[in-house]
Write a protein that binds this ligand. Structure first.
Ligand code: S3P
Length: 171
């Protein structure tokens, strides 16, 4: 098993990136890092507060700065992104040059939407279903730039997805 590999999980809001990352990290005896969580800690504001008060493009700059900070920490091996971080070419390049293997977790829109509506996380870009559908469709073409692609089957748990990632990527 190649435990030295670094992986980054991307995919649409509500697909389960953070939970899958936690399971993968546990399996290789490390901790996962969640970009949104790091942003909230460093900025002392929630993601929703940042987007609502400063706007989405300011949020994207903050996101890139914080991603850079994480990548400077060479101990991080399992990273989960917010669903929009992968859409920024600069972020993709930084991740690649830092040696990360990227993984797109894909599920149907309805699967993501169900999780979005049941979650306590306030997602400013997914407060309206129609807007979220449009974003979901637009982003397929950038998510598919990831090195790996896992489709989450109905009923599959985040633990099962993590196990599959372990078997196929970490070998
Ligand atoms: C966003 C996804 C969110 C968070 C922010 C913007 C997006 O993270 O970064 O609300 O643009 O897709 P999750 O994918 O963890 O919900």
């Amino acid at each position: 098993m190649n435990k030295e590999k670094r992986i980054v999980l991307t995919g649409f809001m509500g697909v389960g990136k953070s939970s899958v990352a936690r399971h993968v990290a546990h399996m290789i005896r490390t901790r996962s890092v969640d970009l949104d969580h790091v942003i909230e800690e460093n900025e002392k504001m929630s993601i929703a507060q940042i987007v609502d008060s400063k706007g989405e493009s300011a949020f994207r700059e903050i996101e890139t700065t914080n991603l850079g900070r994480i990548l400077n920490d060479t101990d991080t091996r399992v990273l989960s992104l917010g669903g929009g971080a992968w859409t920024m070419p600069e972020n993709r390049e930084m991740l690649k040059s830092s040696g990360y293997t990227s993984v797109w977790l894909e599920a149907t829109f309805e699967h993501c939407w169900l999780n979005i509506t049941f979650s306590r996380k306030d997602r400013p870009l997914a407060r309206e279903k129609q807007k979220a559908i449009t974003l979901f469709e637009e982003r397929q073409k950038v998510y598919c730039l990831a090195d790996w692609h896992f489709i989450i089957r109905p009923g599959q748990t985040s633990y099962e997805v993590a196990k599959q990632i372990m078997e196929e990527i970490f070998g």
